[in-house]
Design a protein around this ligand. Structure first.
Ligand code: HEC
Length: 139
């Protein structure tokens, strides 16, 4: 009938979908941090010894400082090859569970001992590190 009218309806529909996906997208990323777990993670960070090798201030201890900004790129070595990965939640978690899987290039000759933690504890530590890295993006 009136093609232009049909197109308008479509446009309105897509704009609606787009806006709502933005809205839900933001909501999800805010919900990613579980603050109870993050708090527990903060305690664990000191009590299980992460703090002896990792600063949260940018200072280099034996291991890299962990106050990096989420989503920034890090160069790592995996199987003797160089890769660029994003410093994100998955990377943090994987680095805790399996430190030998890949190493940040500046620390390739250093060794992080595999910590013996429960899945819950790893989750808490990951939440904690994500939470401090999120806040460090807000200046
Ligand atoms: C004996 C020192 C030591 C301890 C203890 C230690 N780490 Fe590490 N960690 C390292 C070193 C060295 C690296 C880099 C080399 C590697 O990945 O093996 C690293 C890498 C990491 C990375 C990746 C960082 C990056 O920039 O790529 C994370 C995340 C991490 N450690 C978290 C933890 C957490 C959480 C704990 C406590 C459960 C912990 N570490 C305990 C030495 C340590």
């Amino acid at each position: 009938m009136y093609p232009s009218k049909r197109n308008n309806t479509k446009t309105v529909y897509f704009v609606f979908l787009f806006v709502s996906s933005l809205f839900f997208g933001c909501k999800n990323s805010e919900e990613k941090i579980n603050f109870k777990k993050a708090q527990k993670g903060q305690e664990l960070f000191t009590s299980v010894g992460c703090a002896t090798c990792h600063s949260l201030s940018g200072a280099k201890f034996y291991g890299p400082s962990l106050n990096k900004i989420l989503g920034t790129k890090t160069k790592v070595i995996r199987n003797h090859k160089e890769y660029t990965v994003f410093f994100d939640e998955n990377y943090i978690k994987k680095s805790i569970i399996d430190p030998d899987f890949e190493k940040p290039i500046l620390f390739k000759s250093k060794k992080m001992p595999k910590p013996s933690l429960t899945t819950f504890e790893v989750d808490c530590l990951t939440n904690y590190l994500v939470s401090i890295n999120k806040t460090s993006t807000k200046h």
